[in-house]
Design a protein around this ligand. Sequence first.
Ligand code: NAP
Length: 247
Amino acid sequence: MRLLILGGTGDARALAARLGEEERHSVIVSLAGAVARPEVYGAHTRIGGFGGVEGLVAYLRENSIDAVVDATHPFARTMSANAVAACDRAGVALLRLDRPEWRPEAGDDWREVTDLGEAVAALPHGARPFLAIGRKEIGVFAPRGDLFCLIRMIDPPAPDQPLPAGRLVLGRPPEDAHVEVAAFRDHGVTHVVTKNSGGPWGYAKIEAARRLGLPVVMVRRPPCAGAQAVADTQAVLAWIARLSERC
Ligand code: NAP
C-alpha cells in the first residue's frame, strides 16, 4: 500500500520507523515546514502545506495514496480537519493517531483553561511563567508587561514577532525532568504554561512542576474533527494490516 503519514510529532516518527522496519508498504511522511531542521524520519519526507483541502485531494490522487494516518499534533486542528474532508472526497481511508491526554497526578496543581487567551488571564500579576507553546502563538502573552517569562522554542521567532519580556531559550524539550528543574530554579519560574499535548515528549516540564510545587496552566485540547481515532502506534499498525489484507 501507499501510505501518507501527516507528521510533525514523535508519534509520526515512531510510526514511520516501525513501518520502515517492516518494509511492506511505501511510506511518505508529510511535514508542514514549521521548523527549519526537522528531526529525521525513517521514510521519504515531503515538506510544506498542500494548499488546503483541494490541494490535499489532488496530492492523494496524483500519488495514488491508499491510506492516510493523521499523526499531527493534537493542537494542529486545521490539518486534521482538512484530512477528514480531503480523504472523504478522494475516497481514501483515514485514521487519526490521537495520543492520550496528560492527566494530573498526586502533587500536581493544574489550572485548566480552554485556550491561550485564558492562559494569559490565569497568570497573576508579576508572574514568571515558563512558556513552551511554540512560535506561532507566543505573541498573545506580549501585552502582559508585568510578566517575566522563560520562553523555549525550537527556532528563533520572526524579527517582527511580538514577544513578552523575559529570556528566550532555543532548543527542543529535554527528556530529563532534572534539566527542567534546574532551568526553572535558575529563572525563578512561578508557573508552567503548556498545551495538553500528551505523550512522553515534553512531559519533563510537568514532572519538574510537580517536584517544585509549581502551578501548571494547562490548555485543554480543542475538539477534534470526526476521523476514526486510535491511541497508539500498535493500533495504527493493526489498522494498516487489516486494510492491506483487503487491498
Ligand atoms: P495547523 O494549524 O493544523 O495547520 C496549518 C496549515 O499547515 C495546514 O492547513 C497545512 O497547510 C499545513 N500543515 C500542517 N501540518 C501539516 C503536515 N503535517 N503536512 C503538510 N502540511 C501541514 O498546524 P499547526 O498547528 O500550525 O502545526 C504545524 C505542524 O507542527 C503540524 O505538522 C503539527 O503536527 C506540528 N506541531 C504543532 C504543534 C502545535 O502546538 N500546534 C506542536 C508541535 C508540533 P495547507 O492547508 O496548505 O495544506
